[in-house]
Design a binder for this molecule. Structure first.
Ligand code: 4NP
Length: 164
């Protein structure tokens, strides 16, 4: 039987800080587990102000220090994404609410979740805090939170039978 490709999309507000970081971390973990062929990993923003831009230089530098290149270009999340994605992961509750409103019209069959709900160590409804207006430590924290949540997400995808 042909193996399915699992399509995952991380979503924040601008698609220049948190979700490109989650995308890069996920790509790295999936590669480390020999699963790159099984995934398509993407990210998007609920707002379009930064469309076309590369990830924030602070996010790129922090990721680069861990050997992760962030190469994405920002794009707004579109209702059509609900027709192609299996897992849509919101970085915070506001992003989740915006996506839930959009999903209503799309008969989404995949899973729309708050990203950190996949981190077994995180309290329910934990968010990835927006680092945009803060210092470098915020970008390091985003990387740590993304790594923990991505590990849990991959485990959930296995439990869902998507990697058989
Ligand atoms: P992100 O961070 O949602 O993690 O990409 C932000 C990027 C830009 C802005 C806010 C948050 N902004 O207000 O322009």
């Amino acid at each position: 039987m042909a193996q399915k490709t699992v399509r995952v999309c991380f979503v924040c507000l601008g698609n220049i800080c948190r979700s490109p970081t989650a995308e890069g971390v996920m790509r790295r973990l999936v590669e480390d587990q020999g699963l790159s062929e099984r995934f398509e990993i993407d990210s998007a923003g609920t707002a379009a102000h930064h469309a076309g831009e590369r990830a924030d230089p602070r996010a790129r530098q922090a990721a680069q220090r861990r050997g992760i290149a962030l190469d994405s270009r920002a794009r707004p999340f579109a209702v059509e994404d609900f027709f192609t994605q299996h897992y849509v992961l919101a970085m915070d509750r506001e992003n989740l609410e915006n996506l839930e409103a959009l999903a209503k019209g799309a008969d989404f069959r995949g899973r729309l979740s708050l990203f950190r709900d996949f981190d077994p160590e995180a309290k329910a409804e934990s968010e990835v805090p927006d680092p945009y207006y803060g210092g470098d430590a915020g970008f390091e924290e985003v990387l740590d939170l993304c790594e923990a949540a991505c590990r849990g997400l991959i485990e959930q995808i296995r439990r869902d039978g998507m990697l058989e």
